[in-house]
Design a protein around this ligand. Structure first.
Ligand SMILES: [Zn+2]
Length: 180
């Protein structure tokens, strides 16, 4: 079972690991909002951006979507409680959330026992956070963070996009220059 595998790995990890005391306050005073994509894990995104353990707060969800209160809440917590002074929203090419279709999603949900009544109560495509384009999703997300009444105006919010194949990062919004 997968859980046993994980616990076995943990034992081996702990045996070899040398404890390092790190502060919960990020050294680079940075918060990153990014996607839960499988390929951005194991330090891929962090290494591509020169981020080490202890450097940044990393907030992840499906499609690095700033749809809901929870992302703003986490960014606000990072700023007001944890010393963050800069935010980077990092989307990625080939995001799975661009391929989520409402009809297929509804069928899969019903097959797995989700109530059709509950599904009918929401715009399922919006609810799940499906996106049309990775680039415009980043730009919209930056706007939402900047326009939130809980994010101070002097916090630079950058919009970036990473290639999960090559690690190349492109700037879509330079938060030092662009006034939204
Ligand atoms: Zn993604």
């Amino acid at each position: 079972m997968l859980l046993d595998e994980v616990l076995e790995s943990n034992k081996k990890f702990v045996e070899k690991f040398n404890e390092i005391k790190l502060s919960p306050i990020p050294r680079k005073k940075l918060a990153i909002v990014t996607c839960m994509d499988t390929r951005l894990t194991d330090g891929f995104l962090e290494q591509a951006m020169g981020i080490k353990r202890g450097d940044a707060k990393i907030i992840k969800n499906a499609g690095n979507n700033v749809l809901n209160h929870d992302v703003i809440r986490s960014v606000a917590a990072a700023i007001f409680a944890l010393g963050v002074e800069e935010v980077m929203l990092v989307g990625h090419h080939d995001c799975g959330m661009t391929r989520v279709g409402a009809e297929k999603l509804k069928i899969t949900m019903v097959e797995r026992g989700i109530s059709t009544n509950e599904i009918a109560k929401v715009d399922i495509q919006k609810w799940i956070g499906a996106i049309e384009s990775e680039e415009s999703n980043v730009i919209k997300g930056v706007e939402k963070i900047k326009n939130s009444s809980f994010i101070p105006d002097d916090i630079p919010v950058h919009g970036l996009i990473i290639d999960p194949l090559t690690g190349i990062v492109d700037v879509l919004y330079n938060g030092y220059e662009v006034q939204i």
